[in-house]
Design a protein around this ligand. Structure first.
Ligand SMILES: [Zn+2]
Ligand SMILES: [Zn+2]
Ligand SMILES: [Zn+2]
Length: 281
């Protein structure tokens, strides 16, 4: 399994658009790993998790051919994770040629919300057969606990508790005997979520670190919760010393510049993701 990290920011970006806090100011000066695009990853060359506003340009930056994406896993439909403007360019009116078939996997609530966003751009109905034919995609609605075999992937959907209106999900993706948990945007790993996750030996884990320790303003994990979850995963044999654990979806709230965050997180057995990492497991 190959993984390319396309983006690692919460909200609009890191540094945050108009912010002049110390972390944002330092990030602008230092550049490099401190400049974060909105969170998404690509698995192999064909499975995109979250078609956010930055995801397609990030593909071009990091050597991923977006024209070869065959599977789109949407965690949810918030605007930092789904940009309808990218999706509607599949319409024949945009003169797109030779579209790969795209299988979209998401919850019902997210599909409904994505459809609203799509309708603000074009009169395309995500659920209608004629549009599915024209834009060459299929819609696979999943809910917590569902397991789906698609292509060479096995995908398991888990409730993120992040936003019940859009029924946000996190996913375990298994390919060629290797398993990855993509866990953003995540309020908590609930008991029902543990019941699923504990059946896996995870090779790679991404977890939501929107906030630093003591700064949790809701909706997401923070550094302290990741520390607890990493040690619980180790205790339960879900991860081991060879597993790669990364924090992603980083905001400026209680977090720091990349190198300082990485120094701290390694004490607790995980790393801080940055844009453009390529992993091969
Ligand atoms: Zn988000
Ligand atoms: Zn700031
Ligand atoms: Zn969100």
């Amino acid at each position: 399994m190959k993984i390319t990290v396309l983006g690692t920011a919460a909200a609009t970006s890191m540094p945050l658009t108009f912010c002049n806090c110390d972390v944002c100011k330092q990030s602008r000066i230092l550049g490099g790993k401190n400049i974060r695009k909105r969170s998404s990853i690509v698995i192999n060359d064909d499975l995109l998790i979250d078609m956010g506003p930055d995801s397609i340009n990030a593909c071009s930056m990091y050597g991923i051919d977006a024209g070869k994406i065959k599977y789109l896993l949407q965690t949810h439909s918030h605007s930092d994770h789904f940009d309808a403007g990218h999706f509607v360019t599949r319409w024949s009116d945009y003169a797109t040629k030779n579209l790969e078939h795209l299988d979209i996997i998401c919850s019902k609530g997210t599909a409904i919300d994505m459809n609203h966003a799509i309708n603000e751009n074009e009169a395309i109905d995500l659920f209608a057969k004629e549009w599915q034919d024209d834009l060459n995609y299929g819609l696979n609605i999943v809910k917590h606990g569902d397991k789906l075999e698609i292509g060479d992937y096995e995908i398991v959907a888990i409730d993120s508790k992040h936003d019940s209106r859009v029924e946000g999900l996190i996913y375990i993706v298994t390919y060629n005997g290797k398993s990855l948990l993509y866990g953003t945007d995540l309020l908590e790993i609930s008991d029902e979520a543990w019941n699923i996750i504990k059946n896996y030996k995870l090779d790679v884990v991404f977890l939501d670190q929107t906030y630093g320790k003591g700064y949790n303003a809701g909706g997401h994990l923070d550094a302290e919760m990741i520390e607890v979850y990493v040690s619980k995963m180790k205790e339960e044999g879900i991860i081991d010393d060879n597993s790669l654990v990364y924090a992603t979806h980083i905001s400026h709230e209680g977090n720091d510049i990349h190198d300082k965050m990485e120094e701290l997180s390694t004490n607790y057995g995980y790393h801080i993701a940055y844009d453009g990492i390529k992993l091969e497991i």
